[in-house]
Design a protein around this ligand. Structure first.
Ligand SMILES: [Zn+2]
Length: 106
């Protein structure tokens, strides 16, 4: 039966592409959070250094993604830390912006 042919494979293909991209990012960093000194190996999430909303063309750019543990991902999303640079060749910069220094870390 050929009902649905062309729909399901596209969905599976996208999910597979997302999964392979995530695995590639995690593997390049040795399955560890990219924030120096963190060492977390669980609950890793792929984060775009330049957000997809600002640079949709860099969604699949391997130089624009890093694995972050859930805690560091939340700190970045909330603006407590800032990540810049180019991944994963050692020029990644993690800093705490001046405007966030007065806020308490949770
Ligand atoms: Zn971390």
């Amino acid at each position: 039966m050929r009902v649905g042919v062309g729909v399901a494979p596209r969905i599976r293909g996208r999910a597979r592409r997302d999964r392979l991209f995530r695995q590639d990012v995690l593997q390049r960093y040795g399955w560890i959070c990219a924030v120096p000194g963190c060492g977390c190996r669980v609950n890793l999430e792929v984060d775009h250094i330049v957000p997809r909303s600002r640079a949709p063309e860099r969604r699949w750019d391997p130089d624009n993604v890093v694995p972050l543990c859930r805690g560091h991902h939340r700190l970045k999303t909330d603006g407590i830390i800032k990540i810049s640079g180019k991944a994963p060749d050692g020029t990644l910069i993690v800093e705490r912006p001046r405007e966030s220094r007065d806020r308490a870390l949770v």
